[in-house]
Ligand binder design. Sequence first.
Ligand code: AMP
Length: 545
Amino acid sequence: MLGLMQSHGLLISTILKHAARHHATAEVVSRTHENTTHRTTWSELERRSRRLVRAMAKLGIKEGDRVGTLAWNGTRHLEVYYAAPGMGAICHTINPRLHPDDIGYIVNHAQDKVLFVDLSFSPLLGMIADTIKDHVRDVVMLCDAGSMPEVALAPGMRLHCYDTLLNDADDDYDWPAFDENTASALCYTSGTTGRPKGVLYSHRSTVLHAYAVALPDVLDLRATSRILPVVPMFHVNAWGIPYAAALTGATLVLPGRHLDGASLAAFFNTERVTLSCGVPTVWLGLLQHLRSSGERLETVKRIMTGGSAAPPLLIDAFRDEYGVAVEHGWGMTELSPVGTYNAPKVAQSGLSGEAATRHMLKQGRVLSGIDMKIVDSDNKELPWDGRAFGDLTVRGPWVASAYYGDEPGSALDADGWFATGDVATIDPEGFMEITDRSKDVIKSGGEWISSIALENIAVSHPDVAEAAVIAARHAKWDERPLLLVVPRPGRTIDPDQVLRSFEGKVAKWWLPDAVIVVAELPHTATGKVQKLALRERYRDHYMED
Ligand code: AMP
């Protein structure tokens, strides 16, 4: 027997309509290309998104078409975020930090019909125009008529001004209802190996994820929150915040392209931001700025860190010096992205000081809706004892089942689980801790060593700005850890002293056999250390010895 409740699809447009009707005056604030502050409201944003649908229809965009964006976190980008899926098309956010060859590949693979582009990326557009001309017919610059740049497009491509298109369109449009499983957005994984792969979100997965991240034990979003996602809207939908903010009527503060410590601190304070989200590199930059300038964060209470492991220094310094809680979450493009968040259960709620920091290094427990387990190489589930390491697999309504263009279900095992490629432990309370990417684990004498645990200790040293531990081949032990460190500005690193700082913190056989001081580490387009490149360069370090 079916239930007798109304059946309304979980559509992205319903989130926006809710914000416009019930939080009409709540603000969307953004930093513009010219570094000025633009203010609007959820109701105005909804009205402009309707105009944008009309404008896109004039460009020939139809249901199912891919609408590409090359843009920072800003209001016009947010309008594309809602207008494209709202009309049944697909918002394809492209990471502009990727190599232009990869960007060209992604645009062609997705067969984007139109690109919405920020002024900062007009040179990039010139570089890829020839490669993408078979698919992209129209390019819309996200600016006003007076700011239109000169861009050399390929013959047959048309250049438009966003504001002009919107001014010429009317807002007489009703958001249509359709199947909630319709594709809504497309995002390619950063692809540290091989070509980037597309993850195709649906309206249903997006709305469920937005509900889940808004919950009290995750972002705890409210109508009184003022949230600033530093994480870019081109990286897994800014962790779902553009949707979760509208869902709750929170004020959304978008930082544009200025993501350095000084710009962020100023924007946080003038816009009275209460909560922010970003990767550890951003927070380390902010910390460095606060310490050197003496500035304070006047309203920020919590910052969420994810994307790579949170260094303990970050947690300690923000809590002890600035009274700001650093909260740790984990996810990936294939998970929309949030899978776990580290909020205390009863047993952890009384932790303080070092014990609290140690606990916060864990990536957290699953959001309700997601299930996870760790398995050995025979796919047998391992115990939740906080010690057994295994391959982390997940399933749930906002986990990908296949990559774009592949057969549904092709990314899953026979029982419907998705292998994350991360190696983790899970403790008896269900708190998961990542120890490595599976391809980054160090196997010394048949035993695993966690590179993340070693990196956390290394970056706690006062002279070390950044650290990476990789597996280097070893004649006796097969592999041994090798530590690469970048000095903090104005400091010199003494490798022996750094090694001594490991003593008593990990088993003796985990200690790196050598420390190499480097000026910088290579990073992927999403800010993760490129361990593959490091392994290629230093793999034989111990063999040469
Ligand atoms: P992406 O799809 O680019 O967001 O990358 C996802 C990957 O980033 C995950 O599979 C993890 O390897 C890594 N990652 C994300 N969050 C964390 C975290 N809090 N700690 C450690 N690694 C993380």
